[in-house]
Design a protein around this ligand. Structure first.
Ligand SMILES: Cc1cc2nc3c(=O)[nH]c(=O)nc-3n(C[C@H](O)[C@H](O)[C@H](O)COP(=O)(O)OP(=O)(O)OC[C@H]3O[C@@H](n4cnc5c(N)ncnc54)[C@H](O)[C@@H]3O)c2cc1C
Length: 396
């Protein structure tokens, strides 16, 4: 079994190389202008052409070590890519999981699992975009999930339901968390949970059903039903019963990358508001000349700059393999609030036009609101900081 400590540390890049990556992402995103995003949003369609272009450019394989066909780069580089996608007006939600969900396999998978899957994920031949943790009854209380995996000979039988499993219809594989030992029989409630790498291509129609959920944003999210689905026992990742720890392992990277998307959104909202506030003339002068309009823009800019510093500090610590839970959580808190305040400011700056689809603000407004709920809600981040950073009494 492998762990993050035994894999090679990611390469770091100098500012010039990072700037080249930024330019190349910007050039790619320019091929997918606002009309493209408006269209897929209106149809609630998966942005396949964009995902394919990002895959072919190698941007989704940055975190996979070179030995498995990736670039062997760090979370700082992945964050830079996602930030630029969002700053361009796009949305990386359709593809970001291809970057980091494989971390569970990389850190905890067997040599055979890594050799089989990582090169295919790196090339994009296989999509690992689905992450099945949340369930309808457990909510954020992950150790109370009710989906079970029962060992029968050389197979596991999966029974239960997941909710909000995003991109399941557009993914070949799913990282699935299920209970293998009942909660009543384990010393700690976080024991007895296991992680599986589920091949959905084989499972659909044999006990796996996926149903899309239409939401206020274009997110390709679904509910997934397991009805006696049999999977090979060697789909288990790592040791049986240790899955909760494996999932927690990946959360800092996810929080940092989501923060980077928020920063990209905040940049987009501030740029858009600045341009409009300079151009729009009411009462014979640009609206940006009124401090009542200018100050919220300046505040949103300042808040996103501060959140950006925290995001890249967390990314740098992560890439150095140093503890970064406080920084990753703080980044997620500040960045999701900064993007939301920037969204609200941008809408207000545009007055009635902010509500018109063709201005793209209402779409980005809906998209960026998600980040205060998923992948982890603001209250749970505050709980983490209160308890684990400040030593306040545990609340739940
Ligand atoms: C569009 C979308 C995509 C998603 N994609 C995925 C995915 O791909 N895979 C996946 O596994 N999950 C996914 N999720 C689920 C997401 O991670 C959860 O919605 C999120 O973690 C919140 O959980 P919940 O919805 O069950 O809220 P609940 O746990 O029911 O909480 C409801 C509210 O109560 C608050 N709350 C609950 N307990 C406490 C407490 N102890 N103290 C203070 N406040 C508390 C929460 O902060 C929240 O505001 C997605 C969700 C959405 C909406």
């Amino acid at each position: 079994m492998s762990s993050i400590a035994t894999d090679p540390a990611p390469s770091t890049l100098d500012e010039e190389s990072l700037s080249q990556i930024r330019e190349s992402v910007r050039a790619l995103c320019a091929r997918f202008p606002n009309e493209y995003w408006r269209g897929v949003d209106r149809e609630r369609a998966y942005p396949t052409a964009f995902v394919t272009a990002m895959t072919e450019a190698g941007h989704l394989a940055v975190l996979i070590p070179e030995a498995y066909g990736g670039s062997g780069l760090g979370v700082s580089v992945a964050a830079t890519i996602l930030e630029e996608v969002h700053a361009s007006g796009g949305n990386a939600a359709a593809l970001h999981a291809q970057m980091y969900t494989m971390g569970t396999v990389l850190r905890h998978g067997s040599a055979a699992q890594k050799a089989q899957w990582l090169p295919q994920i790196a090339s994009g031949a296989v999509r690992l975009q689905a992450f099945g943790v949340t369930e309808p009854t457990a909510g954020t209380d992950t150790t109370s999930i009710a989906t079970t995996a029962t060992r029968v000979g050389d197979r596991y039988v999966i029974q239960g339901q997941k909710l909000w499993t995003s991109r399941a219809e557009h993914s070949d594989l799913m990282v699935l968390l299920a209970r293998t030992t009942p909660k009543e029989l384990v010393a700690r409630k976080s024991d007895g949970l296991s992680v599986f790498l589920l091949d959905m291509r084989e499972a659909r129609g044999r006990g796996l059903t996926i149903k899309p959920i239409r939401t206020m944003l274009n997110h390709a999210t679904t509910e997934v039903f397991f009805d006696g689905l049999e999977i090979p026992a060697d789909n288990l990742i790592g040791e049986e019963g240790k899955g909760f720890r494996y999932i927690l392992d990946g959360m800092n990277a996810e929080r940092i990358l989501i923060s980077a998307e928020c920063i990209g959104d905040a940049r987009w909202f501030v740029d858009k508001a600045v341009r409009y506030a300079k151009d729009r003339v009411v009462f014979g002068r640009p609206i940006g000349q009124n401090q009542g309009v200018a100050f919220p823009i300046a505040r949103a800019h300042a808040q996103s700059k501060a959140a950006r510093l925290m995001t890249y500090q967390a990314a740098s610590l992560y890439d150095q393999r140093r503890p970064c839970a406080e920084e990753a959580n703080t980044a997620k808190l500040l960045a999701s609030e900064a993007s939301w305040q920037a969204a609200d400011m941008c809408l207000q700056t545009h007055g009635g036009f902010g509500f018109a689809e063709e201005y793209d603000i209402e779409r980005k407004f809906r998209e960026t609101r998600l980040y205060q709920v998923a992948p982890i809600s603001t209250n749970l981040i505050l709980s983490y900081i209160g308890e684990h950073v400040l030593g306040l009494p545990r609340s739940y």
